[in-house]
Design a protein around this ligand. Sequence first.
Ligand code: PLP
Length: 399
Amino acid sequence: MTEIFTGSFTQQEPIPQEGIEAAIAVLNHGRLHRYNVAEGEFSEAALLEQEFAAQTGAKYCVAVASGGYALACSLRAVGVQPGETVLTNAFTLAPVPGAIASIGAKPEFVGVTDELVIDLDDLEAKLGHAEVLMLSHMRGHLCDMNRLMQMCDAADVTVIEDCAHTMGAHWRGVPSGRQGAIGCYSMQTYKHVNSGEGGFLITDDEEIAARAIILSGSYMLYERHLAAPGPEVFERVKYTTPNVSGRMDNLRAAILRPQLRDLETQVKRWNERYDVVEQGLSETPGLKLVKRHPNARPVGSSIQFLLLDWSPKAVNAVISRCAARGVELKWFGGAEPAGFTSRYDSWRYTEAERMPASDRILTGIVDMRLPLTFSLDDCALIARIIRAEVGAVWQQHSV
Ligand SMILES: *Cc1c(COP(=O)(O)O)cnc(C)c1O
């Protein structure tokens, strides 16, 4: 009998009851705007920032409207000017080069290795081109952060980390997002906590924090923040920092606070699911699993594997055969951008040099989400289906 999977790859878990109740309390009192507080009250947004700062060990935290907003806000906060080049990963999602383009700067792409991390040799060659690296921990794969930070520090390049896929991940026991000058996160539905939309920016730098708070749309109400520098820092930046509104509101903050408290439990559950799929796919002929750095504790909210040097026809055959059995795979190598996936050569608002070594990797990346609504049995079934279909195509085409 042919096994079929019937679950949904885009179905998240419900918002925890505590979050629903906190949201209803906000709806009942009606003070949804983060600066609309009753006498002596701290807003949900301010409390959320304080809690996330404590959780990551950062001095300062700003909650904003989206992950993409946090990235663009970071670039402005560190002073990137229109026309300047910002280095970033060739393997990432569209909001990352999009954030760079949104402030009139130019993304320059750095290659990807078969561990799906930034190619540090390529980075070394390009470090002289820019003052800022927007490092995307795409799909949760962490590069050798020690080497990266040494290289960037030596070249005086500021690192902004895109931690959309590493909220809850660690590098040598330290939360991801704490190695660079700024860490940015997304709370959009498909990330590790879910408020529909939302973003965080964390930093230890008081001026970056003050600028980010003013940029985010604080008007002159910055004293209502709890994870912010003192008023004297705002005095230094308040006349020269524009207000580019993109605030977090109290409704979403209320939904997020209990989810952040549960993050560690959720990370464990994701990693259990990842391990089951990885185990089920191990030693599948023609399929290469992605090695993860021993110093990293990632979050397995998705899994990638490589069909390296397979023809586009064969990769498409695997994807459609898996789809017919209910397993939704995404191909980063597809020539046309589709759904959430696109490649650097689809971002034609910027000029990108071809990177043949990276193209070979990108062409082979197959990606799958692992929502927590999947049971461990579901994960084992999914792995059996992929294994069988990869095997069947591999035999037919002997690619
Ligand atoms: C989701 C995501 C972001 C930010 O996305 P928003 O949808 O703006 O919250 C940034 N980088 C990566 C890699 C992402 O997947």
